[in-house]
Design a protein around this ligand. Structure first.
Ligand SMILES: [Zn+2]
Length: 465
């Protein structure tokens, strides 16, 4: 085990060669590419777009910025870059900035190395510890990022060129690591200048003093494309420094959207176990988000996050579960559960309108449209006509809603020849809860395509001719 090694002498005897972080990442990437290892497990929808570009940036040794609206898994993707680091990295024990045992850059370690020679103590850093992340906000200061002078040490008589008088900020502490700045344009111009000096000139300036500090950091960042392109939001030299500007995007299909949402959703096992979700209900959730992303009444510059899809999915599962606790067996979400999505959806969207009372109608309109879109994917047939004709003949009505007993639905299913097998086909199971869910879906589809009427009152929907 490499990590059993505790001195410089032992380390040297293994033939250890220091690499820069970019060399290390490139080396591991090439190894993984050749062996066909999945480098970004769990990242869905970027296989043909973002991931190959990111790999090229790493091969080329380019600092990288991901441009995309909120909730496009940018930070998550960048966090997974740690897979490209060696599992464990040796550094000089006790060093604030993880100095390379063969090539220390801090004054203290240089002295220690000269003094102790092969006895110099080594510690190991796991790759998970080599990802340093900072959300840029206007109040981030130079001392947060770069460092500050420790007045006590100066008072003790140490000179500034002695780096031990400096309390290092996040970036020097990210020496030999990946440093990720989220929402880069939110950094003040002054901070951007210090950041650039650190990256390009390899020195830091604190209170007018220039101190040489040849850090080795792989810098990645994220930004909203609008903020990034706006003149003045990012200083030009910093912009030029990013070798790769990669545009991320939302999932292109409903299926990808839902694969990610289901993977990311955190519904507890006890809930997931007793809830079955028919595909059409999943598609409605995905459609809601995709429609919101095209709606002119919703602010598209900040975007409509995948987190909307995840939250709606979790709420839908929770509602189906809660309703189902009143009876035995499996529960399945239904159309009459959808009003429960309103708070989650309204809260996660930024509206263009200034009138608060417009928000709910906009979201209700989107949900209806999502049901219509999903319904248009299934093909109506003569069974649907027979179902409508039951309502036409003899003033039949059906109430749906949380407190309507299952047998009311089943009675209708049994009245229409061929309907049960149609519902089984649609919900891909003969689980009664799913058949009832499929029935509500068809009734709502027939209503929204103007073949049935619906009245809403006191939490009930009444379908009629
Ligand atoms: Zn050091």
């Amino acid at each position: 085990m490499m990590s059993d090694i505790t001195t410089l002498g032992q380390l040297k005897s293994t033939g250890y060669i220091a690499k820069t972080i970019k060399e290390e990442m490139r080396h591991n990437l090439i190894k993984y590419l050749k062996s066909g290892t999945d480098l970004f497990p769990g990242i869905i929808g970027f296989e043909q777009s973002v991931i190959p570009q990111l790999q090229n940036a790493i091969l080329a040794g380019h600092d990288t910025i991901l441009l995309g609206e909120r909730g496009q898994a940018k930070s998550r993707l960048l966090r997974q870059l740690t897979y490209l680091l060696d599992e464990n990295l040796p550094f000089i024990d006790g060093c604030q900035i993880n100095d390379d045992p063969l090539d220390p850059i801090c004054h203290q370690c240089q002295q220690k190395a000269a003094l102790e020679g092969n006895d110099l103590k080594i510690s190991w850093l796991n790759r998970e510890e080599r990802f340093v992340e900072k959300l840029a906000t206007p109040d981030v200061s130079v001392s947060d990022l770069i460092g500050e002078i420790d007045p006590i040490k100066i008072a003790e008589g140490r000179h500034l060129s002695d780096l031990s008088a400096i309390h290092f900020g996040m970036i020097p502490r990210a020496h030999r690591s990946i440093f990720c700045i989220n929402e880069l344009p939110d950094l003040s111009e002054r901070i951007q200048v210090s950041l650039f000096n650190l990256l390009q000139e390899r020195d830091i300036q604190i209170k007018g003093y220039r101190i040489r500090l040849p850090l080795d950091v792989y810098i990645v960042a994220t930004a909203n494309p609008e903020d990034y392109t706006n003149r003045g939001r990012i200083i030009t030299p910093l912009k030029d420094r990013y070798g790769a500007q990669i545009r991320t995007h939302y999932p292109k299909t409903i299926a990808e959207e839902m694969d990610i949402a289901i993977q990311e959703s955190s519904s507890p096992a006890i809930i997931n176990k007793s809830v079955l979700i028919p595909k059409f209900m999943r598609d409605i959730i995905g459609n809601i988000t995709h429609l919101a992303r095209r709606n002119p009444e919703i602010n598209q510059r900040s975007g409509v996050s995948l987190r909307l899809t995840i939250a709606n999915y979790e709420v839908m599962v929770a509602q189906a579960f809660r309703r189902g606790t009143k009876q035995e067996g499996i529960s399945a979400p239904r159309i009459s559960d959808l009003p429960y999505l309103l708070p989650a959806t309204t809260g996660k969207l930024e509206f263009e309108t200034v009138e608060d009372d417009r928000e709910l109608p906009i979201v209700k309109g989107i949900i209806d449209r999502a049901v219509v879109n999903t319904y248009s994917d299934i093909s109506e047939n003569h069974v649907f006509e027979k179902l409508v004709s039951i309502f036409d003949e003899g003033d039949y009505t059906l109430d749906t809603g949380e407190d309507i007993e299952d047998f009311c639905y089943i009675q209708l299913i049994d009245k229409v020849p061929g309907l049960r097998s149609e519902l089984v086909k649609l919900s891909e199971t003969d689980e009664p809860a799913c058949l009832i869910s499929a029935l509500e879906f068809i009734l709502e589809g027939l209503h929204l395509t103007k073949k049935l009427n619906k009245h809403q009152k006191d939490g009930h929907n009444t379908y009629s001719n």
